[in-house]
Design a protein around this ligand. Structure first.
Ligand code: SF4
Length: 138
């Protein structure tokens, strides 16, 4: 988890060319057609944050029509924002400047993949499945 958090810190050190305006459109997977994919280290960081908030399970998504992220609370805030996965830190909507290109973050993605391999992972999994699996390990 420490190594994963170090990658998030490295991303934050890069010049910010995007500005999230918290529309939360990107947190509604059926609207975007994309679900964040988490490596094992990212899933552990999210799961630790969930546990720290007193939760033992992933909340149910309240809106099947939009595919709302189960980590988005009814007030429209991410309940694990400080621990949000890499995809949530690099996928911005058009209004916020658009997603990072693979080239901009390739080195950091490789580091996440290395951590995944070191943890015995088999590559990224969709957020709900990745977090449910990690919650069983911590
Ligand atoms: S983890 Fe947080 S930032 Fe990422 S999609 Fe879910 S609610 Fe949005």
């Amino acid at each position: 988890m420490r190594a994963t958090r170090a990658i998030y810190a490295a991303l934050e050190q890069r010049p910010a060319q995007r500005d999230c305006i918290r529309r939360t459109e990107c947190c509604q997977f059926k609207l975007t057609g994309r679900t964040p994919m988490l490596t094992a280290g990212e899933a552990l960081v999210v799961s630790a944050a969930l546990r720290a908030s007193g939760r033992r399970t992933l909340p149910e998504s309240a809106d099947a029509a939009t595919g709302r992220c189960p980590l988005l609370n009814p007030a429209g805030k991410c309940i694990v924002y400080e621990a949000r996965p890499f995809g949530c830190r690099t996928h911005f909507c058009a209004a916020a400047g658009g997603p990072y290109t693979r080239n901009e973050v390739r080195d950091l993605v490789r580091r996440l993949e290395d951590i995944d391999a070191a943890l015995g992972g088999d590559g990224p999994h969709a957020l709900p499945m990745a977090v449910e699996s990690a919650l069983k390990k911590i």
